[in-house]
Write a protein that binds this ligand. Structure first.
Ligand SMILES: [Mg+2]
Length: 318
């Protein structure tokens, strides 16, 4: 990057870490962290690329927010409590206004979850943002994708399909109605389910966050757990905003295949159902075998789309 690189870092990213466990933060060759002996460190990293994971022209504050949100969602799916992050920022130019807005969006979400930025790097190149997050989970209490068993019930948090629908609205520069604004926000500012993940770690048998699409991600959970699943299409939590803008078939397509929701999908033993908090919806059950099937009113249904790449097939999106 330009001569201004160090100025940029100092001005927008080097904040005093408010966490007592950060012994040495930004400014030296590396950070030093104090870790307690009775907890495990959980680490995740996700990269987002302009034109691949978010449209060209997305506001810098939204990019900053989203870059951290997708990572916190992975920690949430593990039942972990977020603590720190590092940031790798590749930008075509070091434009101060853009970097200031990016940092504002990033820290807005970081402050909500008590996450300290402890290091990173800036380079000149195509717009690529990598965030690595780390957090804690109690010994032997982390969630995985691999613990689901036949008879477990499948739940999902919040509503599904809104983020993919919001992206299609953004890509088509669709109407500015209130419903479309709320859908666009779902794509631009995903809300990682950290608190839910912390609760689920006490009783869920398996969990993962929905990033690629509900059915595609359920395929992964079932493969990891060596089981199958049945999803009741009629039970999918589809929001009023979705129903206002799209017909039933498109709502179902977005809900099953859309991705980018960053909701948590999890499984519980039937005896533990009372522990599932409000705001989560039962969508199906874990079965024998390896197939993930869909039903409606008790009968098998064929699904039009199991998952798709928004940017490769935007013309064919529902
Ligand atoms: Mg994930």
């Amino acid at each position: 990057m330009s001569l201004g690189e160090f100025d940029l870092i100092a001005r927008y990213f080097a904040r005093h870490a408010a966490r007592g466990d950060v012994l040495l933060g930004i400014g030296d060759d590396a950070a030093v962290i104090a870790t307690p002996a009775d907890r495990r460190l959980v680490i995740a990293m996700d990269t987002i690329v302009e034109g691949v994971h978010f449209p060209v022209g997305t506001a810098a504050a939204d990019i900053g927010y989203r870059a951290l949100a997708v990572n916190l969602s992975d920690l949430a799916a593990m039942g972990a409590e977020p603590a720190w992050m590092t940031l790798s920022l590749s930008l075509p130019e070091s434009e101060a206004q853009w970097v200031a807005a990016f940092a504002q969006g990033l820290f807005e979400l970081a402050d909500l979850h008590g996450v300290a930025l402890i290091g990173g790097d800036t380079v000149r190149g195509p717009m690529v943002i990598t965030v690595q997050v780390a957090g804690y989970v109690e010994t032997d209490r982390w969630l995985t994708r691999s613990g689901a068993k036949e008879g477990d019930l499948i739940f999902v948090s919040g509503s599904v399909g809104e983020a993919a629908a919001g992206l299609s609205v953004i890509q088509q520069s669709g109407p500015g109605a209130a419903a479309s604004r709320s859908l666009r926000q779902r794509f631009l500012r995903p809300q990682p389910r950290v608190e839910l993940g912390r609760h689920l770690r006490m009783f869920a048998t398996a969990a993962m966050d929905i990033s690629d699409g509900l059915l595609t991600d359920l395929d992964k959970l079932c493969a990891a757990s060596n089981c199958g699943a049945e999803v009741d299409v009629g039970a999918l939590p589809i929001s009023a905003a979705m129903r206002e803008m799209f017909d039933e078939a498109s709502c179902v397509d977005y809900a099953l295949a859309g991705g980018d929701d960053y909701e948590i999908m999890f499984t519980v033993r039937p005896a533990q159902v009372a522990l599932v908090p409000a705001g989560c919806t039962r969508i199906g059950a874990i079965t024998k075998g390896k197939d993930v099937r869909c039903i409606r009113d008790g009968l098998p249904v064929t699904v039009r789309r199991r998952g798709y790449d928004h940017f490769a097939t935007k013309d064919s999106a529902p």
